[in-house]
Design a protein around this ligand. Structure first.
Ligand SMILES: [Cu+2]
Length: 261
């Protein structure tokens, strides 16, 4: 999760966020390069009279210099093309995530409510009449944070966290029960709007286990800040045990039984 005075992004735990961070870093290199070059010539032209001549007239070497004009028109076009290509590539992979033709092992329906999240787990057959794991996820109020969860982050902990397996691809399907919400988990590179009457979906996988935090990112009413997201990513074998046990809400005890404490 984000740390105090953190300037950069949160650590990525999947290829999607890695690509976003790489794009951001590359764009920053380009921006700094352009700023430096343009700034250098701006100062040079203004301070030496190179463009306006010592006597106030336009320099004959700069004015109507066709080669120079072609150069300073095409170079920005190349830069813009590179930025646009990287940006569109990320947008496209956020939608399909290179998994066309592969059916994910798991479907999770994420529904935003005023002001909590609910999660419904289905197997890959997308058979919504079949039995599934379904639970609500509410904020743990500040006064109830007693450290029993192992971590205590104000306005970030929930009673029933979303539990996902690592190294398995899954599809998240987003919708809302009332007003617009947005499911935002920075480490996943994931921010998808939950819109009433509409389903948005996202296929991806995560490679690291851990606890990750997110927020609702679409202003949705008085307690918009009171519907945080906690995602626990565990190994696929542990996850199967949790899922088949239907042990939602008792996950902390489940983890303890594995860690032997
Ligand atoms: Cu919301």
């Amino acid at each position: 999760m984000a740390e105090w005075r953190q300037l950069s992004f949160e650590d990525s735990i999947n290829s999607k966020m890695m690509n976003l961070i790489f794009f951001h870093d590359s764009a920053m290199v380009l921006i700094v390069f352009v700023m430096a070059v343009v700034g250098f010539f701006l100062v040079l032209f203004l301070s030496t009279g190179l463009s306006f001549g010592m006597n106030g007239f336009t320099s004959r070497f700069i004015s109507s210099n066709e080669k120079l004009e072609v150069f300073w028109s095409t170079l920005p076009a190349v830069f813009l093309f590179l930025l646009g290509w990287g940006s569109l590539h990320n947008l496209y992979s956020a939608e399909v995530n290179g998994s066309a033709g592969t059916e994910p092992s798991l479907n999770v329906v994420v529904v935003g409510h005023q002001w909590y999240w609910s999660y419904e787990y289905y197997d890959s057959a997308l058979d919504y009449s079949a039995s599934s794991v379904e639970f609500d996820s509410y904020l743990v109020p500040e006064g109830d944070l007693d450290g029993s969860l192992g971590s205590c982050f104000r306005m970030s902990e929930v009673d029933n966290p979303m539990v996902l397996p690592s190294d398995l691809s899954f599809r998240l399907i987003f919708s809302s029960d009332d007003v617009m919400h947005s499911f935002y988990v920075p480490s996943f590179g994931l921010k998808t709007d939950c819109i009433p009457g509409r389903l948005n979906s996202n296929i991806f996988s995560v490679v690291l286990e851990g606890v990750f935090y997110g927020k609702c990112a679409e202003i949705c009413g008085a307690y918009h800040s009171g519907m945080p997201i906690t995602v626990e990513v565990i190994s696929s074998s542990d996850w199967l045990g949790w899922y088949e046990g239907g042990a939602c809400g008792e996950f902390s005890e489940f983890v303890e039984s594995f860690s032997g404490s």
